[in-house]
Ligand binder design. Structure first.
Ligand code: SAH
Length: 353
């Protein structure tokens, strides 16, 4: 039993069962005991590994797609180059390096990072090594400027609510306490408006997820883009529509029980891209598998160019990384890309309207 477990059992005993969203939010972002407050979760020694940590090619191609989109929109200056959930800063470092030679891009950009984790902010400060970074706790304080934003594995970390279909309505999945231990249970009947459209295509027993926090972020960044121009590239695992129970916990690269060690495991859910597309007032692209997106941007040519300077184990690792990012049996199909862009503009390269 850890400190966060004790805190949650006390909170539930005093106030009653909590929603899955409140549980997820306490576990991930409790200011003192939460997962992101207490560690760097990324990499081989951590709990999970992400695309930019697998290969520099991922960030390079994302950077070129955003920069081309910026050129296509008339190279607005100044503009905000932003990342939601920058982790170790690796993706942004690769974006900045790959766009160094895009005329005017660096002179016009202001760097904005949305991050709540203090240990990760420290790492971002070190990795990026520049004085002009503005950190934000959420999207609402981003500046009123053209916004070119990337979010990789950010939306999957935002708290979800889960609802179970009954004959005529819904019950919400909750976390309660039984014999001193955390347990899942169900609320009394509820009728959330946001689920009205799901009644016709679900059956009793089905589980549906909502991510109000994700929809709110999509609404805010989409409004900036619709109003001032820009583009957002959202990359994550998930699909077009909620997929049943996708609430999961990862610890040291293994799936664990999400209620077992609160605050010590990464908690995520698959992203419902349709819900993000519904929330944005901007245009949005077709949802595209990560492998297809990266192939269209020329990852194979880039991989071959990098391979020329490699041999032995480094070459093996590089070939495996290319496969891991693009292959259908690895991240190529599970991960998807959705872009937001303004009226009158084309979607960023790699994506279709
Ligand atoms: N994009 C990075 C890291 C992904 S991990 C990569 O691809 O490697 C998720 C990131 O989102 C971390 O930086 C985490 O601290 C941040 N994060 C999670 N929940 C957040 C929230 N509610 N608000 C702001 N940042 C959050």
């Amino acid at each position: 039993m850890n400190d966060l477990h004790t805190h949650l059992v006390r909170r539930i005993s005093a106030g009653g069962p909590m929603t899955v969203a409140d549980y997820m939010s306490e576990c991930l972002t409790h200011p003192r005991l939460g997962y992101y407050a207490t560690r760097d979760p990324l990499g081989a020694a951590g709990d999970f590994i992400t695309a930019p940590e697998i290969s520099q090619m991922f960030g390079e191609l994302i950077g070129l797609s955003l920069a081309q989109s910026w050129l296509d929109q008339g190279a607005p200056a100044p503009f905000a180059l932003a990342e939601a959930g920058p982790g170790r800063g690796t993706l942004m470092a690769d974006i900045l390096r790959a766009t160094r030679d895009v005329p005017g891009f660096h002179a016009a950009l202001q760097l904005h990072l949305i991050e709540i984790s203090e240990p990760l902010k420290d790492l971002q400060r070190k990795t990026l090594d520049r004085v002009d970074i503005t950190w934000h706790a959420g999207a609402a304080t981003l500046p009123d400027l053209p916004l070119f934003l990337v979010a990789n594995e950010f939306f999957d970390a935002l708290p979800i609510r889960q609802f179970q279909r009954e004959a005529a309505g819904w019950r919400e999945r909750q976390v309660g306490v039984q014999d001193g231990r955390l347990r899942f249970g169900l609320s009394g009947p509820v009728a959330p408006k946001a689920l009205d459209h799901c009644l016709s295509d679900t059956r009793p027993g089905d589980l549906v997820e909502l991510c109000p926090a994700g929809q709110q972020v999509a609404e805010i960044i989409g409004a900036r883009i619709a109003r001032h121009g820009g583009a957002a590239l959202i990359v994550d695992y998930g699909d077009w529509r909620s997929q049943g129970d996708t609430f999961q916990a990862l610890r040291r690269h293994e799936a664990v029980d999400p209620l077992h060690a609160p605050g010590a495991a990464d908690l995520t859910a698959h992203v419902d891209f349709e819900a993000l597309a519904t929330a944005t007032p901007s245009r949005y692209s077709r949802l595209t598998p990560q492998g297809v997106f990266l192939e269209r941007l020329g990852i194979t040519a880039r991989a071959q160019a990098l391979a020329r300077n490699l041999s032995g184990a480094a070459l093996e690792t590089h070939i495996a990384a290319h496969r891991r990012l693009t292959h259908g049996a690895e991240m190529g199909t599970l991960f998807k890309v959705l872009a937001f862009y303004p009226d009158g503009a084309a979607p960023p390269p790699g994506l279709e309207p």
